[in-house]
Design a protein around this ligand. Structure first.
Ligand code: SF4
Ligand code: SF4
Length: 90
């Protein structure tokens, strides 16, 4: 099942945390003109890391529930990993 990340533009604040977290370079790009990110869905592996780290809930991965077969949501799956990521003060 194909899974690809999508960003909800209205929710994205342009913090770029997803770019630094994505294991593949250049899948998520920062669009300077609108100060938000864009995802190259064709190159996305659907790992869900960007969903887990996004502080605004702006990232979704279509088909993620299908490939995890009802497994934990990305936020739960990467809990240990996420606790090691430095966070900027709100
Ligand atoms: S982590 Fe979320 S809010 Fe930050 S740039 Fe990525 S999609 Fe936007
Ligand atoms: S789902 Fe994984 S590969 Fe796809 S954009 Fe998010 S972090 Fe990158």
């Amino acid at each position: 099942m194909y899974a690809g990340a999508k960003v909800t533009e209205e929710k994205c604040n342009g913090c770029r945390l997803c770019i630094f977290t994505c294991p593949d370079p250049n899948v998520i790009k920062y669009a300077k003109t609108v100060k938000k990110v864009e995802v190259d869905e064709a190159r996305c592996k659907g790992c869900g890391l960007c969903v887990a780290v996004c502080p605004k809930g702006a990232m979704v991965v279509s088909g993620l529930l299908d490939i995890t077969e009802g497994g934990p949501a990305p936020q739960e799956r990467y809990k240990g990993y996420m606790s090691k990521i430095p966070r900027a003060a709100e």
